[in-house]
Every structure is written in C-alpha cells, then in structure tokens.
Design a protein around this ligand. Structure first.
Ligand SMILES: Cc1cc2nc3c(=O)[nH]c(=O)nc-3n(C[C@H](O)[C@H](O)[C@H](O)COP(=O)(O)OP(=O)(O)OC[C@H]3O[C@@H](n4cnc5c(N)ncnc54)[C@H](O)[C@@H]3O)c2cc1C
Length: 454
C-alpha cells in the first residue's frame, strides 16, 4: 500500500487524513504534540478543568467539531503523537519519540507544520517574563497557566486582542494592549479585509469587548524598552501623540503576526520565493499545495491563512495526493476549495498592512540590543561583521561569521529580524538579504538520538 505520511495534527493535517482515509488509504499522522488539534485548536490535558467553550469563544463549535472528527478517525489511521520529525533524508523521515530515534519511509509526504510567532526585538526583550504571544496562549491552553497577573500585550497582530481577551477572561489584569500599527493603516486595509467579513467582524468584536471592559488599547505606538532588574517590571513606549508612557506589568506577550514553519519543507526539497507583502520567503506551491513530485504543503506551514484556510488547504492537498495516485477527483469541489483558500489567504494580505511588520523599527534598533538570544549575539555585532572589508550582505554568511541564528532555535526566532538588519545594513531589500536555510535537526535533540554519523 502507498505510504502517505502527514506531519502535523492541526486542522490541515486532520482534514487531509480524514479525506485520505475515506478514499481507502491509511495515512500516518505524526505530531510532536502530545494531543491533537495543532496550535489554535490545541486540546488541553484531560485532567485540566479548562472551560474551552469560554476560551475558544466564537470558535468553540469549530474546535469541538474538529476534535469530534479526530476522535472518530484516530482508530483507523497510524497516529503518532509526541513524535518530532527532526530530519528528512530522501524519502525517509527521522523521528524522535520518547527519546528514541526511529525512521519512517514515505511515498507521499504532506507537511502541515503550522506557524510560529514573528518577533521584533527591543531593548529588554531577553528579560524573564517576556513571552511570545503564541507562547502566552500555549501556557493558557496547554497548561491552564497565565504568564503573569498584570500582562502587557505588545506588537501588531490580530491575535493580540484575542489573546488579551482570553487572558482577561481567565482573570489576568491587562496593563495595556499596545499595537505598533496606526489606526489609519487599519482603516486603509478595510477593503482587503472585507474578503473575510466574518473574521473581520470577529476581530472588531474582540477589540470592542476589551474596550468595554476598560482595557487600555493604543495604536501607532513606538516601543522604547522593557524595563526590569531581574525580570519584567514595565513596558515603556511612545504613544501616537509622541508622549512617553510607562505601564507597570509583570509579564509581556510580544507578537507581530505569524510566520510559516518551513524548515521541514526546506529539508524535503521545496523551493522558496520572497513575498514582499509579508517580507518573508515562502515555499513555492501550485494551487493544490504541490511543492515537488511527492511533496505537498498545507495550512499555515505553506501560507498563513488561519484555521479555516488550513482545513481547506489540507483537503486540497489530499485531493492532489489522490489525483497523483491515479484516483479521479471531483473537479468542481476542488475548484471551490481552491477559491476558498485563495480568498482566505488574500485576507491575510490585508492583515499584513493592517498589522504591519515593523521593519523600520527593527532597522533602527540600538547596537546594544540582543538579537540572537540562543547565542547571545547583539545587533551591533551583526552590523560590525557587515562593516568589515568585503563583509557579508546575506544572512547565511552573517550567521557563519557571528553565530546569529546558529543556536537552539536555529534562527526561528531571530531570523526575520536578522533579515531586516542585514537588508538595512546592505541598503538592499529583504529579498537580497536571503533566508536562513533549514538545517537538521530542526529542533534540539539529544546527540545520542542522532545516531552514529559513521
Ligand atoms: C502559538 C499559536 C497560537 C495560535 N492561537 C490561535 C488562536 O487562539 N485562535 C486562532 O484562530 N488561531 C490561532 N493561531 C493560528 C492557528 O493556529 C492556525 O491558523 C491554525 O491552527 C493552522 O492550522 P495548521 O493545521 O496549518 O497548523 P497547526 O494547527 O499549527 O498544526 C501544526 C502541527 O504541526 C506540528 N509540527 C510542527 N513541526 C513538527 C515537527 N517537526 N514534527 C512533528 N510535528 C510538528 C505541531 O506540533 C502542530 O501540532 C495560533 C497560532 C500559533 C502559532
């Protein structure tokens, strides 16, 4: 039987597994998480008494439906939770499960590896108490913990108001929600945002709920620093009127939108192209999610689109796999799915200007700010390397000279900011700065698990 392996048990991977099973295949579904659902629809441990209806709000029905469907599916597929895919070598995946190394061969590989936060550094961001926005949500949904009692939300992302509302509902005090994009930019993006009116109104409703509850909501701020001696004590910023303001807090959630998790796609041989709207290199795929023969990408790991787009693109990729295996597909329904995915992903382009990536703020960071937290490399060290005679103007060369992006996270956190600093330093655009190439292991593993290199 054809071995179809799916990486990622979020909405994209689950939807694909369902369709493949319905069409007579028995896919393997691998996820490093202990439970299914992916990031947004993360399922808490059974013994955590979390009110998911309250936490998921308007998405509670979709959340419940995905998990019901997964529960009906799981006995009929090869589901491998708690299993990290850390390398890809030809048609073999290298896995790590409960500390043991395993391999699995595939004929068709669907990568639905989701996304992670995009973070812009600022002075003080390495202090204990600073979390990524997604990290703050994981603490809440996975472990039922708040990152602090009085939390400031900083960045530019539609998830800021969602996460702040979730934190408020769970008993945290919101020190401030500070968005770096001005309100005018949001108003200008409205026509593009109307591509997904339901999502737009949901976002506005979250903001309205925060305002009604008395949360301080600022737009167009310029972050100055996170202050604290041994941990976070305050967020200091300049508001849109130019006044410096200090908000006392004991934790900060920092997020500038999401970026696709593309290391596995890179290792599996996908090509990449620069997208100027998102200022990111994205894997090249056709309308069905094919990246090359036998390799399919779906969900946020291919293009940020949200959970609905993830499900639809997972289905599309499953249709592509079935078609490539010679099964006839219903052209009308795949066409409808493709249109839906395109519309939802178009909405994300509107979001990219309503919640802008702060490239100018990053380019003007002081030299003293830590850029790579894993290897403790400052912005100034990167600039100094570039300023040498024949200094590098491309991120992989800068990484080789400075170790920026060479640590535990493999540049997944500092990579986007490094790209902006290199682009600004060389007087180029983001495309010329290049992208950090994916390297195995994509996440830290014990040396023993990697096996004997001989
Ligand atoms: C931290 C975070 C929080 C979010 N919270 C919300 C929210 O509250 N509401 C909302 O609407 N949207 C939220 N989003 C966005 C939302 O998660 C996505 O739009 C949606 O879940 C995408 O579905 P997906 O199937 O593409 O990927 P995901 O749901 O992200 O699933 C991807 C899965 O792939 C697995 N994976 C990745 N790499 C590997 C690997 N190397 N080996 C094994 N498994 C791997 C991950 O463990 C994950 O379970 C969040 C995103 C992030 C990153």
């Amino acid at each position: 039987m054809t071995e179809v392996v799916i990486v990622g048990a979020g909405p994209a991977g689950i939807a694909a597994a369902e369709l493949l099973l319905a069409k007579g295949l028995k896919p393997t579904l691998i996820d490093e998480g202990a439970r299914p659902g992916g990031q947004g629809y993360r399922r808490p441990a059974d013994d955590l008494a979390l009110d998911m209806n309250r936490l998921m709000g308007s998405e509670a029905k979709k959340y419940a439906s995905l998990h019901r469907r997964f529960d009906a599916l799981v006995a009929h597929i090869d589901y491998r939770p708690g299993t990290l895919v850390w390398a890809i070598d030809g048609n073999t995946l290298h896995l790590l499960r409960e500390g043991r190394a395993e391999t699995i061969a595939f004929d068709k590989l669907l990568i639905a590896s989701g996304a992670m936060d995009r973070v812009a550094p600022l002075p003080g961001w390495a202090l204990p108490g600073v979390f990524t926005l997604g990290g703050a949500q994981v603490a809440l949904k996975d472990q039922g913990c708040l990152i602090g009692n009085r939390v400031a939300f900083l960045g530019s992302s539609p998830l800021l108001s969602l996460a702040a509302k979730q934190y408020r509902d769970m008993g945290a005090e919101i020190a401030v929600l500070a968005d770096t994009t001005p309100l005018m930019a949001k108003a200008a993006a409205l026509p593009a945002l109307l591509a997904a009116p339901r999502t737009l109104f949901r976002g506005l409703w979250y903001m309205g709920a925060l305002l009604r509850a008395g949360t301080r909501l600022l737009h167009g701020v310029a972050p100055i620093a996170i202050e604290g001696t041994n941990r976070v004590e305050a967020l200091v910023l300049r508001d849109s009127q130019g006044c410096e303001r200090r908000f006392a807090c004991d934790a900060i959630a920092l997020g500038y939108g999401l970026k696709p998790e593309t290391q596995l796609a890179d290792l599996a041989g996908a090509q990449f192209a620069y997208d100027a709207d998102f200022r990111l290199f994205l894997p090249v795929i056709d309308g069905m999610g094919r990246a090359r023969p036998g390799l399919y990408l779906a969900g946020d790991g291919a293009r940020i689109g949200g959970a609905d787009a993830a499900e639809a693109s997972g289905l599309l990729a499953a249709h592509a796999i079935l078609a490539d295996l010679g099964q006839m597909q219903d052209v009308a329904s795949t066409r409808n799915l493709a249109r839906r995915v395109q519309r939802l992903r178009q909405f994300q382009r509107g979001l990219a200007s309503a919640f802008a990536w702060p490239k100018a703020q990053i380019a003007s960071l002081p030299d003293t700010v830590t850029l790579c937290r894993c290897e403790n490399v400052s912005v100034g060290e990167v600039r100094a390397a570039m300023a040498r005679e024949l200094g590098p103007t491309e991120v992989n060369r800068v990484k080789a000279m400075t170790r920026c992006g060479m640590g535990r996270c493999q540049g997944r956190v500092c990579g986007p900011a490094l790209q902006e600093i290199v682009a600004a330093g060389a007087g180029n655009d983001g495309a010329a700065a290049g992208r950090l190439r994916g390297q195995a292991p994509v996440k830290p593993i014990a040396l023993a698990a990697a096996g004997d290199p001989a």
